[in-house]
Write a protein that binds this ligand. Sequence first.
Ligand code: ADP
Ligand code: MG
Length: 348
Amino acid sequence: MIEDKNPQRTSIAQLGEFGLIDHLTKNFEINQESTLKGIGDDAAVLDFKDQKVVVSTDLLIEGVHFDLAYMPLKHLGYKSVVVNVSDICAMNARPTQITVSIAVSNRFPLEALEELFEGITLAAKEYKVDVIGGDTTSSQKGLIISITALGQANEDEIVYRNGAKETDLLVVTGDIGAAYMGLQVLEREKQVFQVNPNSQPDLDLYTYLIERQLKPEARKDVRTLLYALKIKPTAMIDISDSLSSKIIHICKQSKVGCNLYEDKLPLDPQFISVCEEFNIDSTTVAINGGEDYELLFTIKMEDFEKIKGNPNFSIIGHMVHESQGVNLVTRANTQIPLKARGWNALAE
Ligand code: ADP
Ligand code: MG
C-alpha cells in the first residue's frame, strides 16, 4: 500500500544500484558513540570498549510475514526495525545499530522505497539506533527485508532464556492479544474492500488494536525500569509469537514447569470487546495470538514487593518443578496443559 494517493512513479532502474543506495541512505545519521564508521565503506566499524555485543537478525518476506494490501510501506519499515530492536531488548541489552538489507522487484517504484525508508528512519530515530549498512538487490517477485540489530550491555546484565528457577514469578509487560485482533479487523476490512472497492472502512472502534498490529513498539524502556527497581530478570524473551510458545521456550531451556493464571492475563478493554464482536474467546487469543512485542520474564520471588502494583508489569504466574509441566490455571481453577500453538492454530 503506497500512502500517497497520486503517486509519482519513478522506476528504480533509472537510478541504478549506487544511485538508489545513495538516495535511500543519505538521511541516516550517526549518533552512537560506538559507531566509528557507518554507511559508505566495505564494512562498518564499531567499538564497544569493555561491553558485550548482542546481535539478532530477522527476515521478512512479502506474502509470508506481511501483506501490502493493508500494511502501508512506512509502517512496514517501522515495524521491521521494531521486531529486531525487540530481540535486543529481550536480552536486557541496549539497542545501538542496525543494518538493513532489501530485495525488490521492479514492480516497486522509487517512491515506494522512499516510504519504506521513511518508516525505517523514523524507527531508527525513535530507538536511537544508527543505520550502519545493508545491501540492496533485486528480487524476481515481491519485497524481502532483512534487518540485523546490534546492542550492548555489561556481561552481568545480559539475560538469557535459560535462567528461570522453580518458584520464580512470571511477569509480562503491557497487555497481550491486541495485535492479533488488529490483524483480524484488517483482514475483514480487506475482504470487504475486495467486494466493494468504494467502501470506506470505519475503524474508530479498533484504533488501539490496529496500531498494535501496524505500529508495534519494542519495550526499550523495560531495561531502564527494571534497573531502577533493582531487579534483574532470571530469564527473558520477547513475545513475537504466542505467549504460550514463549512460556514453553523459557520452561524448556530453564528446565522448569509453570502455572499461568487465566485471571491474571493483562487484556485491554478494546481487545475484550472486539473478541466478543468476533465471537472468539479472549483467553485463547491472549495465549495463542502473536506479535505483541511485549517482554516476558521471570524474577526471583523475593523481588515481588519491588514489582507488585507497578502499572508496567503484570505477574501472570509462577514457575514450578519441571515434573509438574506447563499449565494454564483457568478461572474455574482447573489446570489445562499449555500447548505451544502459534497463531496459526487460531485459524483452525
Ligand atoms: P558492497 O558492494 O560492498 O555490497 P554496496 O555498494 O552494496 O557495497 O553498499 C554501499 C554502502 O551502502 C555500504 O556501506 C552498504 O552497507 C550500504 N548499503 C547498501 N544498501 C543499503 C541499505 N538498503 N540500507 C542501508 N545501507 C545500505
Ligand atoms: Mg552490496
